[in-house]
Design a protein around this ligand. Structure first.
Ligand code: GDP
Ligand code: ZN
Length: 462
């Protein structure tokens, strides 16, 4: 049973801060109707039907003065976002009336909700599991249609169902093992039971591995494909970045090295968010700094999923270019010959000595030429496989990935134990650990700190 404090009535502004057409103040809890009624003049909210919207005024009971003209939605438990009684006050979108209404609610029995607390209640009241609650946040932060679809599937419970099925399988086999131990009707119980555990462990490992295989693309869909743009000053990195963003977000200038801050922007390449990092500060005025430049590019490369190396085709290939070509050799990269609108001065034969021809794409950032080719190439290089697994369960969340890895580790321990001839009841312990790790994904087992940490990342009022 919940304690009293967990069941108190909470309130928060659920629309983004600032002015707008309307704002919504949300109240949830056993006393949601009582609290709202104390400051609402209109129909008796206790008597209206559930899931109706009701016209009236918010009036300060102390002064009797009208605060705002409002529409109040009444949604009775359990078919609500939180599974509790929920009242939503739709008011005029100003900052002052919205805050005034919230303050009135807080002084008439509601407590200020913590970030994500409405969603946390949906979890605590059993309406969604943990992975579904996490999907709510991913949905809010989704950067493209496709990332949104993956989050929606997770919210629908696709991942939860799969995990629950795996856990049930484990329970079944553990039960079977118990039976074998308790009723040793056969001479070779130990052998039979070991065989059962081994088969199951192998099968589960394969399924978890399959899930983990989706994690790379899942991470890309959720967080974006980290893309580093490297190249020495004035080759056109910022211009290219701006072209891709279709707007002037990075500072473009004729002076070498004026792009100072590392900028991060997202570009939508066929539904996949490309997180572009303009590696500003790769500035080379002398040899020493040049080394730092290459050094920095190396750093960027370590964290990048994709490298776009930009060369100025109107200039001969420089030593700096060669160094960057070497430095990016190991990375997944595309080499961009920019400024193709100018007379060609770069010796392509020389270039193709060190790079493969199909790594290269020709663009003119100022004329906007070659950008489609670039996107096409990125899509081919990276997301060939994503289209195919679009409808499957995709793991996107670092917490889930960590737990799946731990579950896999527990299964390895099961297999190792069997190989070493460990007694079955000891092997069972590792199988149970696997079951527990999977349970943490859906929140079937969790710790309070985890909840605090997860839900505090939510926005206020969600
Ligand atoms: P960055 O230092 O690599 O970021 O280079 P910028 O994007 O700041 O560009 C340096 C200069 O080259 C600017 O004057 C741009 O207008 C110019 N530039 C960039 N791309 C092209 C291009 O494709 N063609 C021509 N002609 N000029 C370009
Ligand atoms: Zn720049």
């Amino acid at each position: 049973l919940e304690t009293a404090t967990e069941l108190d009535t909470i309130a928060a502004i659920s629309t983004p801060p600032g002015e707008g057409g309307i704002s919504i103040v949300r109240i949830s809890g056993n006393e949601a109707l009582d609290v709202a009624s104390r400051i609402f003049k209109g129909k008796d909210l206790h008597k209206v039907k559930s899931h109706t919207i009701n016209y009236g005024h918010i009036v300060d009971p102390k002064t009797g003065s009208t605060v705002d003209e409002v529409m109040v939605s009444v949604m009775l438990a359990p078919k609500t976002y939180t599974c509790e009684d929920v009242v939503e006050i739709n008011c005029h979108g100003g900052i002052v009336p919205t805050n005034d209404i919230l303050q009135l609610l807080l002084s008439h029995g509601a407590r200020m909700a913590k970030p994500g607390e409405f969603t946390e209640r949906a979890f605590l009241n059993g309406r969604v599991d943990l992975s579904q609650a996490e999907a709510v946040m991913d949905l809010i932060r989704a950067k493209t249609d496709r990332s949104m679809k993956v989050a929606l599937n997770q919210l629908d419970g696709d991942l939860s169902h799969l995990i629950k099925r795996l856990r049930q399988d484990i329970l079944d086999v553990l039960a079977q093992v118990e039976v074998n131990i308790d009723y040793p009707e056969y001479d070779d119980v130990e052998t039979m039971t070991s065989k059962l555990l081994r088969e199951k462990a192998i099968e589960l490992k394969a399924q978890i591995k399959q899930l983990l295989l989706t994690a790379q693309e899942g991470k890309i869909l959720r967080d974006g494909l980290a893309t580093a743009i490297v190249g020495h000053p004035n080759v056109g990195k910022s211009s290219l970045l701006n072209r891709m963003l279709h707007e002037d977000k990075a500072i473009v200038t004729d002076v070498a090295g004026t792009t100072r801050d590392v900028l991060e922007e997202y570009v939508n390449v066929r539904g996949v968010p490309l997180k572009l990092v303009d590696t500003a500060g790769i500035r080379e005025t002398n040899d020493k700094v040049e080394k730092i430049g290459v050094e920095r590019s190396r750093k960027a490369l370590q964290t990048a999923d994709l490298v776009l190396l930009v060369l100025d085709s109107s200039q001969p290939l420089s030593d700096e270019d060669q160094q960057l070509i070497q430095a990016t050799d190991e990375a997944k990269r595309i080499i961009i010959l920019n400024k193709t609108d100018l007379p060609m001065a770069l010796d392509t034969d020389e270039l193709f000595n060190s790079v493969s021809e199909d790594e290269v794409i020709r663009t003119s950032a100022t004329k906007g030429a070659g950008l489609d080719d670039l996107k096409e190439k990125i899509a081919k290089l990276f997301f060939g496989g994503i289209e195919s697994s679009q409808n499957n369960v995709i793991v996107t969340n670092a917490r889930h990935i960590g737990l799946l890895n731990q579950a896999q580790g527990a299964l390895d321990a099961v297999l190792q134990g069997l190989d070493d001839g460990m007694p079955v009841d000891l092997v069972q312990i590792d199988m149970t650990r696997c079951w527990e790790f999977l349970g943490e994904i859906t929140g079937d087992s969790y710790q309070d700190e985890l909840l605090d940490q997860l839900f505090s990342q939510f926005c206020l009022g969600k």
